[in-house]
Ligand binder design. Structure first.
Ligand code: G3I
Length: 305
């Protein structure tokens, strides 16, 4: 097939992108979006600060613009994200203890209920583990409400929307030998053994020269899948250019295609100029919307699968 989405669909997978509501008026952007992708993740519009700017008052207008655009084009939506230490609204930032726990669970319940039936998968909890060698949970106000906050969030999400897949999403969990990867693996293993509702693990996959695509990526994805969860590449971008960047994109796509439960890849933006990285060229389309070498290498792998 000749587009990313249609090529991924040949093996039952999706190919998605992060979308910013503010760019939906840009014709070049929307043209590529509608042509190439069949899954969409709101880049910022479903985060806690966007959807509950003051406590108990919910705001969905920007998220709805993206969801409505996606649905009108037959694209599905990954919801991002219900519980996170970052992008908390001012009112939540300094909360602690049981009032925070209650506010977090109410947020999960309200937002997942509002979007019930419209979300393919939710990033229920985002980035809850520490970087480095400790393998510990990240110290945050949410973590300080008790170590069971993650499973409580997953249970609330399941109660609110029984059809959405519920994912744990994180970065730097791509290399199988890293402590953070092992720690997330043990949490998923524990959740599966105790019946905590978790359906998928999202690998953000923000790569650069200091954090390259690991050679054991396929092993990581397969080991998680073997726990009985889907695995998804959720925020892919790779710094670089030309054939070296194309080769790394090729490797990530091949690693996903080699794992039957790796059911989709999402890139974190469309053109290089849409990237959250202030400078750099980490995406599949250049600033003018032209296909880069990395685009072609991904497309070719999808069509070989
Ligand atoms: O919209 C406001 C604008 O009104 C204001 O004038 C301006 C001044 O700072 O800020 C604008 O908001 C910014 C927003 O992006 C939209 O551009 C925020 O400051 C900025 O912090 C925010 O950055 C986002 C970042 O998450 C915040 O956490 C990036 O766009 C987004 O790509 C990035 O995405 C994260 C994933 O959610 C989680 N994984 C890592 C990934 C990359 O950091």
């Amino acid at each position: 097939a000749s587009t990313l989405g249609a090529s991924a669909a040949q093996t039952g997978r999706y190919f998605g992108t992060a979308v910013a509501a503010s760019r939906l008026g840009d014709a070049t952007y929307v043209g590529i979006l509608n042509r190439e992708f069949n899954m969409v993740t709101p880049e910022n519009e479903m985060k806690i600060d966007a959807t509950e700017p003051s406590q108990g008052r919910f705001s969905y207008s920007n998220a709805d613009r993206i969801v409505n655009h996606a649905r009108s084009q037959g694209m599905r939506v990954r919801g991002h994200t219900l519980a996170w230490h970052s992008q908390q609204p001012e009112w939540m930032r300094y909360m602690e203890g049981s009032s925070l726990r209650q506010a977090m669970l109410n947020h999960v319940t309200q937002v997942a209920s509002y979007y019930r039936g419209k979300i393919y998968a939710w990033d229920v909890v985002n980035e809850a583990f520490e970087d480095g060698s400790s393998g510990a949970r990240r110290n945050s106000n949410l973590q300080r409400t008790g170590n069971d906050w993650i499973e409580a969030a997953f249970r609330a999400a399941r109660a609110a929307d029984s059809n959405a897949k519920l994912c744990y999403n994180d970065y730097n969990i791509d290399n199988w030998s890293h402590a953070k990867t092992q720690a997330v693996y043990r949490m998923v293993q524990d959740f599966k053994s105790r019946g905590v509702p978790i359906d998928c693990v999202g690998f953000q996959a923000h790569f650069n020269s200091g954090n390259p695509v690991p050679s054991n990526y396929h092993t990581t994805l397969q080991n998680f899948a073997n726990l009985g969860v889907d695995v998804q590449i959720t925020e892919l971008d790779i710094e670089g250019s030309g054939s070296s960047q194309a080769q790394q994109y090729q490797g990530v796509t091949q690693a996903c295609l080699a794992v039957s439960r790796c059911n989709g890849i999402t890139v974190w933006g469309i053109r290089d100029s849409d990237s959250w990285r202030a400078s750099g060229t980490p995406l599949l389309f250049d600033n003018y919307g032209n296909k880069k070498a990395a685009y072609t290498s991904v497309l070719n792998v999808l069509n070989s699968g």
